[in-house]
Design a protein around this ligand. Structure first.
Ligand code: SF4
Length: 398
């Protein structure tokens, strides 16, 4: 499975971290092979990489083959750094690090057949990370109106010029979940609802709740509540009592994202959210959310790489202590974001966060938001003990 010039093999989760730090180059040998893999999920026109013009087909994500453990899902973020390179060979695709002498076998992820076969369905839903049926609505966010959007957010550029619906109805979500669970019941383990936000936060929140309820109803009708859960990330409502509307949704996970633990960093990277709602108010909303959906079914993203590792870990610890499952996403430089490639977290920083997160998972019953499909997230790997022990030296010269 793996060749390694040094004889010391890193674990797949650490390779994921290194790939999230550097990104990955897509070699022509891979591209030509990949173009014939018609069933594989292709990167569509969102979550784009800075160094990709949309011309050549690339995967959204790959899975690192992981021996007897669960495969490790990692994003194919193309940053123009070829430390790690996705290459094709007679043995199949592999991620190569020439300097370290590492060649790691990878698997591609098949798209849902029903999504490939129905343009109408593909306008509404997407397969994220290989096992999350995802819905994005609305495809706009009011923070862009006065340029106070989150500095890492790529929504404005990626929403433009796509075939995707701008705003989904509950009926569209219900029908899409029903169709997918009937056609390919073994492929999906979560339904994910995320989107932009509207200026009236109460109205926007209730619209998101409607979509989550519709997904939950379809899952229940399919008899799959034990295997498929509903995951919603949204802005909290102004009127906190509206959060109670989530109380009746079976299997609900919900997140209000803090993005950074340091309020000053939060204000810098999420100026609209900071001015319009505020860090401490989001924390109060999270406390309320825990009371409604239950401990560790409430989530909040902290972005590793946009503040020092100690700050990310202090936030993750405080959230875990409060019954909130932290979501740690590595900062990825999307092409349409304001930050873009101006910031890239080093492997060593991500490894420090991963190690600390692993210890938190051992101490609290934290539930990963993404069940193995978080291509830029560390939670699933931390929850499965893949970051225990010393991090191998996989950093580059950056
Ligand atoms: S709240 Fe921030 S991250 Fe979310 S859609 Fe709006 S600008 Fe983007």
């Amino acid at each position: 499975m793996i060749s390694d010039g040094s004889g010391v093999l890193p674990a797949a989760a650490w390779v994921k971290l290194a790939m999230l730090s550097h990104g990955v180059a897509v070699a022509p040998s891979f591209s030509s092979w990949f173009s014939s893999q018609e069933g594989a999920v292709r990167r569509r026109n969102f979550y784009n990489s800075p160094v990709w013009d949309g011309g050549e087909a690339v995967p959204q994500e790959i899975r690192l083959v992981n021996g007897s453990g669960p495969p490790v899902t990692v994003a194919v973020n193309v940053y123009g750094d070829d430390t790690w390179s996705l290459e094709g060979s007679e043995r199949g695709p592999a991620v190569i690090n020439t300097r370290l002498g590492i060649s790691w076998d990878v698997e591609l992820i098949d798209d849902l057949r029903c999504l490939r076969g129905s343009a109408a369905l593909a306008r509404v839903a997407n397969l994220y990370g290989g096992s999350a049926l995802s819905f994005f609505s609305p495809r706009a966010c009011y923070f862009f109106a006065d340029s106070t959007q989150c500095r890492f957010c790529s929504l404005a550029g990626t929403a433009a010029g796509t075939a995707f619906a701008n705003r989904l109805t509950a009926a569209q979500v219900r029908d899409a979940v029903t169709t997918v669970l009937q056609a390919e019941p073994a492929r999906v383990n979560q339904v994910m609802i995320v989107g932009g936000n509207e200026r009236n936060l109460d109205t926007g929140f209730l619209r998101h709740v409607d979509l989550a309820c519709a997904a939950a109803e379809a899952i229940e009708a399919a008899g799959m509540t034990r295997t498929v859960s509903v995951h919603l990330v949204t802005m909290p409502p102004r009127t906190l009592s509206l959060i109670r509307e989530l109380g009746g949704v079976a299997g609900m996970h919900c997140g209000f994202n803090l993005e950074a633990w340091d309020p000053l960093v939060f204000a810098r990277i999420a100026p609209g959210k900071s001015a319009d709602y505020g860090h401490s108010a989001i924390r109060r909303a999270l406390d309320y959310l825990v009371g409604v959906v239950g401990e560790y079914r409430a989530h909040s993203i902290l972005i590793a790489g946009l503040e020092p590792p100690a700050s990310t870990l202090a936030g993750a610890a405080a959230l875990a202590e409060a019954g909130v499952s932290p979501i740690i996403n590595c900062f990825h430089s999307d092409v349409h974001s304001a930050i873009g490639l101006s910031v890239r977290p080093r492997y060593e920083e991500l490894a420090e966060v991963a190690g600390g997160l692993s210890r938190l998972h051992a101490a609290y019953p934290i539930r990963p938001y993404w069940k193995g499909c978080g291509r830029n997230a560390l939670d699933f790997e931390a929850g499965n003990g893949m970051f225990t022990g010393d991090a191998p030296a996989l950093g580059g010269t950056r």
